[in-house]
Design a protein around this ligand. Structure first.
Ligand code: GLP
Length: 240
């Protein structure tokens, strides 16, 4: 793991966007794994700026999002598909047919999970995966658990995640209780991983991820076993 420490979220966004842009420049038809959440917003604004400035061309890029709430149609304001459209896809020259987000309203969830995993493999696997970090150490929606899950699956969200994500909904009761998420194996098969994390609220999770035991109780700790992970953090998220 390589950790770079910055002053603020803006710097982190610039650094992450530089890594993503470099990936696209090196391999114009690359496969990017993308994330939602507030931590990736500065990264996406920088990518939009790079695209508008003619520096980063997304026309041949394929993207796979990490996760999606169960039960929210893609038109719902809090669906991750909607988040991605609003914060990235609508503002860059990506081809709609190259955008993949799990379908949280699929009737046959097991089939949808298998289809999603197949699509990732069929695209040649993920070249570069962008990640945020949950307060409880989750990555995508892989919650603290007794075992690591390999592939895309349906997960029950933990009380702490429901509480953390309720800030985006009118009330906690409206937060979906389940989600579809890439598995830990899906994420670990990405050839490169870049994580953006900032704020004192993430400090415990960062310490457990970087220095703790590799355990499904802190899903992000598995990243210690990946050979190409860059963590972009601000000072308040890391212990001195
Ligand atoms: C959600 C997403 C995660 C993300 C996390 C952190 O739970 N499923 O992929 O990493 O939020 O969100 P934030 O960046 O808003 O703290």
């Amino acid at each position: 793991m390589t950790i770079h420490i910055y002053e603020n979220a803006e710097q982190i966004g610039k650094a992450a966007a530089a890594i993503l842009s470099a990936q696209v420049l090196q391999k114009p038809d690359c496969v990017l794994g993308l994330a939602t959440g507030s931590s990736v917003l500065t990264t996406y604004s920088e990518l939009i700026a790079a695209n508008k400035a003619g520096l980063t061309d997304f026309s041949r890029v394929t993207t796979f999002n990490l996760d999606e709430y169960c039960g929210l149609p893609s038109t719902h304001e809090q669906s991750y598909k909607h988040f991605m459209r609003e914060n990235l896809f609508n503002h860059i020259n990506i081809d709609e047919s190259n955008i993949f987000v799990p379908n949280g309203t699929a009737k046959d969830i097991a089939h949808e999970c298998g289809r999603y995993e197949f699509s990732i493999n069929n695209a040649g696997g993920i070249d570069l995966q962008l990640l945020g970090l949950g307060n409880n150490g989750h990555i995508a929606f892989n919650e603290p658990a007794d075992a690591f899950r390999n592939t895309t699956h349906c997960v029950q969200l933990s009380e702490s995640t429901i509480a953390a994500n309720s800030r985006f909904f009118a009330s906690e009761a409206e937060v979906p209780r389940a989600a579809l998420t890439m598995g830990i194996g899906t994420i670990m098969r990405a050839r490169k991983i870049v994580m953006v994390v900032y704020g004192a609220g993430k400090r415990e999770a960062v310490a457990a991820m970087v220095r703790g035991a590799v355990t499904p109780k802190c899903p992000a700790s598995v990243l210690q076993l990946h050979s190409n992970v860059v963590i972009l953090a601000d000072k308040s998220a890391v212990d001195n």
